[in-house]
Design a protein around this ligand. Structure first.
Ligand code: AMP
Ligand code: MG
Length: 348
């Protein structure tokens, strides 16, 4: 299949490309779209055959459900069993934006979308291109991240091109995603709102609106409520180890590891803060990527996937990543880094 990669303006998207994307969606085809979190691979959420293609193209496990994206609240009715006061409150405060709500689903939602669960995950994205394509198509759009399963999520049109060229007809490229990490997935079907996946809206922000918010315990060895959380994810090809602890100790350990790797003639990459980079540059790792300022976790979030993907381009065999504080956006960053490390974590 011929894949068209077109540049589209974020603020004033060209009508012609919006219409082309919307037509493809209505015809049951797939389109890669920019959103503020990461790029999504969209299909008509009410068309099971179209949604099946998403799983084929990505190599995504069947039991990993898709997030359904809407452009206005009228679309909610056909998708959920009940639009509760709590959902309405979340929508009012956080939509459009990087928050996904898990609710009991309406029977109109195909099983392939919900991975056989009785719930459905909904989000209204903020990106004008995503919103306009959904609006123009007139149907909700199911869209997981537009990467091959297991690869870091795409935050640029070129990342999608790398993974999916030849497999889908159209990629709309509106430049880098502003958040750069996936949405927060919040389960509203239980007694207490529960974060199934940390993301672009923080626990602190949610608690200001909802009161107590729990985090689904992913570390206690129980089956996660969000099926996607159990899969190897976000991982570059090289072996990534996450280093936690005092900054001086982390720097010293990375310096030591760079020397060891060079002695063994192994290519080594480092993902670190701006502050630590100064001390690590002098050891000349094969690849050094600055995630951002330790105090600006939005910046770190925005750069993380680009850094992981560049590790692949640089063919580094060993990757060392400096941990960040877990507050606010740090929770989502550390969740992705822990998964990318497949839990190879050193506490210093
Ligand atoms: P992706 O769109 O690739 O970022 O992945 C979507 C995430 O949302 C995955 O972790 C899914 O498991 C999760 N998800 C989607 N639908 C549901 C649902 N009904 N219940 C729980 N988690 C869901
Ligand atoms: Mg994904």
């Amino acid at each position: 299949m011929q894949t068209e990669l077109v540049t589209i303006h974020e603020e004033e998207p060209e009508k012609e490309w919006i219409q082309k994307a919307a037509n493809l969606i209505r015809e049951g085809q797939l389109v890669a779209l920019p959103t503020e979190t990461v790029y999504g691979l969209g299909a008509n959420a009410l068309d099971p055959e179209a949604c099946k293609k998403i799983f084929q193209v990505k190599g995504r496990p069947q039991d990993n459900p898709l997030i359904v994206h809407i452009s206005n609240l009228n679309m909610v009715e056909k998708l959920v069993e009940e639009w509760t006061d709590q959902s309405a409150l979340c929508a009012e405060k956080f939509w459009p934006g990087p928050l996904t709500l898990v609710l009991n689903k309406n029977n109109l939602v195909p099983d392939v979308v919900s991975g056989g669960l009785r719930t459905v995950a909904l989000r209204m994205p903020k990106h004008p291109v995503a919103l306009q394509v959904i609006q123009e198509a007139g149907v909700p759009i199911a869209a997981p991240s537009a990467n091959l399963s297991g690869k870091p999520s795409p935050t640029k049109g070129t990342h999608v091109w790398r993974d999916l060229k030849g497999k889908i007809p159209l990629i709309l490229d509106a430049g880098p995603s502003s958040v750069g990490l996936e949405s927060t997935v919040l389960d509203l079907t239980g007694k207490t709102p529960t974060i199934l996946r940390p993301g672009g809206v923080t626990k602190e922000e949610l608690e200001k609106v909802l009161g107590t918010v729990e985090i689904d315990s992913l570390r206690k060895g129980q089956a996660p409520k969000s099926p996607g959380m159990k899969y190897r994810h976000y991982a570059p090809q090289g072996k990534l180890t996450l280093l936690l602890g005092e900054q001086e100790k982390v720097i010293a350990k990375i310096q030591e590891e760079i020397e060891l790797a060079h002695a063994k003639e192994k290519r080594i990459g480092v993902l670190c803060s701006k502050e630590s980079a100064f001390y690590l540059q002098e050891k000349s790792p094969d690849f050094l990527f600055i995630l951002g300022d330790k105090d600006n976790l939005e910046e770190v979030a925005g750069n993380l996937y680009e850094g992981l993907r560049l590790c692949d381009d640089q063919s580094v065999e060993i990757i060392l990543a400096e941990g960040m504080d877990e507050g606010e956006m740090g929770l989502a960053i550390m969740n992705r880094l822990e998964k990318a490390s497949e839990h190879r974590i050193i506490h210093l």
